[in-house]
Design a protein around this ligand. Structure first.
Ligand SMILES: Cc1ncc(COP(=O)(O)O)c(C=O)c1O
Length: 375
């Protein structure tokens, strides 16, 4: 049997990872400035992560959500502290799309309404409501297109108000920093305006922190910089450092009832240990402060390069915009310089999403490679 061919693949076979490096089957070392798509937060095979997951699986890897799981409770406590949303409730699932799917569903349950406002260039996943709220016709099947979603320009508060006034919208969903869309971020006025309008019109504000959350921007969640408290916050990616886990933080006004949401695997013991370890390492190694320091260093170096038109993003969710497409250049970086980077919907934007443990010398290697190709 062959694989269902949905991913364009680089001809590289990583077999091992260590901190910011991955190694192929010939032991060639690659610098990972892509973090497996913003997933590797505390570095590949972090010793504490390996130990804690190994210890946990040797005790109990899984049991269903019909028993007490103190690891889920511990994770909820930690997330409450880090988000500043201490009285919110946690629901755990397995991926980013699933987190948004549950967030949208809850918004609809809570408000009794069914329309969604989303933004152009946004990405929220590939499941039913999540993909319908994603601004990409190509990945939306007719079955998904039944959902009623209005796409507005990112930043268009007037458009939001005009739609909310009709009182049919259950949720406004927004990536605080757009990932695949190309690293745009709204102003604090925009996010605060969304919060105000959502409250006014009985609509829930969902912050999609799946890519920009979990310390990646130097704040635990990117929304924290804007002085807002979204009704639901969705997370995944960096949360498990590669172990599949997602979740939503849910405002206390949204009441739970048995069976309202559910999943077989969500919140299993291994996933919780992975996320708890990620949080421990982020805190013990001061990785959020470190992300800010490394970001400053990266930006200063990028500013020295005249071919870079714009530097986008913040923390370690960064992008370099050129005047020309970067697809070939990315290939050269991988095959000649052994450096992984990311792309986006904007063909001229190179994305940098490294593990939060990245050091200055790693960025030096990247900039040397960049300069050698730009002359
Ligand atoms: C902002 C955002 N939301 C949702 C998702 C979907 O996450 P997953 O691929 O885990 O379903 C992604 C994935 O890239 C994302 O970047």
């Amino acid at each position: 049997m062959k694989l269902f061919d949905v991913y364009p693949l680089f001809d590289i076979v990583p077999v091992k990872g260590k901190d910011v490096y991955v190694y192929d089957e010939n032991d060639t070392k690659y610098l990972d400035l892509y973090g497996g798509h913003a997933v590797i937060s505390i570095g590949h095979s972090h010793p504490e992560y390996v130990k804690n997951i190994s210890d946990q699986i040797s005790k109990l890897g899984f049991y269903s959500n019909s028993i007490q799981n103190p690891l889920q409770v511990a994770l909820a406590d930690k997330l409450g502290q880090l988000s500043g949303c201490e009285n919110y409730k946690l629901f755990l699932c397995n991926s980013g799309a699933e987190a948004n799917e549950n967030a949208l569903k809850l918004a609809s349950f809570k408000t009794g309404k069914k329309k969604v406002i989303a933004f152009k260039n946004g990405f929220h996943g590939r499941t039913s409501a999540a993909v319908a709220a994603t601004d990409n016709q190509k990945i939306t099947a007719p079955i998904n297109a039944q959902q009623e979603v209005i796409f507005l320009e990112f930043g268009d508060l007037i458009g939001v108000e005009e739609n909310l006034v009709q009182n049919e919208t259950c949720a406004v969903i927004v990536e605080v920093i757009q990932g695949i869309g190309g690293l745009d971020e709204g102003t604090s006025e925009f996010y605060q305006g969304l919060e105000r309008l959502c409250k006014q019109f009985n609509t829930l504000l969902i912050a999609d922190e799946i890519q920009c959350g979990f310390g990646r921007t130097g704040d635990f969640f990117a929304f924290q910089k804007h002085g807002i408290t979204p009704d639901i916050i969705s997370m995944a990616k960096g949360m498990g450092n590669g172990f599949p886990i997602g979740g939503i933080l849910i405002h206390t006004d949204i009441e739970a009832s048995y069976g309202l949401l559910g999943t077989t695997f969500g919140g299993n013991h291994l996933a919780c240990i992975a996320a708890l370890t990620v949080i421990d390492v982020i805190q013990n190694e001061n990785l959020m402060e470190h992300a800010n320091a490394m970001s400053k260093y990266f930006i200063a170096k990028a500013q020295e390069i005249s071919q870079i038109k714009t530097i986008k993003g913040r923390g370690l969710m960064l992008g370099l915009e050129f005047d020309v497409p970067i697809a070939e250049f990315r290939k050269t970086l991988i095959h000649k310089h052994h450096i992984f980077t990311g792309s986006s919907k904007n063909p001229n934007l190179l994305r940098i999403l490294p593990p939060l443990t990245i050091q200055k010398e790693h960025f030096d290697v990247f900039f040397e490679a960049l300069k050698s190709e730009l002359v």
